[in-house]
Design a protein. Sequence first.
Length: 130
Amino acid sequence: MKQDSARPLRFAVVGVSNTVVDFVVFFLLQSLIGPFAQAAGYAAGTANSYYWNRRWTFKTDQPRQKGELLRFLVVNATVALLTSLLLALLDLFMPVWTAKVLVTVPGMAFNYVLSKVWVFRPAAAEKPNL
């Protein structure tokens, strides 16, 4: 159970690393591909996220659950779409770096909740109750 109590901290550490990867890729590409840099940065952060959350944050002794990767991709595609749209809107009113920070915070919170309750849910959640 000690592993469960450390999970939010591990998720936060992975989240920070995802954000660093996202921001680095975004700012390297932003002048080259404009708003598409949001998707590229987010994709790089997502790959980092899946690897570390699967291996470290939500690690279990069980093999990957059926549908886990698909659920992960659905959550992250949804967050990417929402943050991209919001970034494009906010970019009209403020500097891009400010807009990027403002869309990242709620995106991370939404991702955490869905990752915990839907993506990396315990395997028993997939078994029907008899």
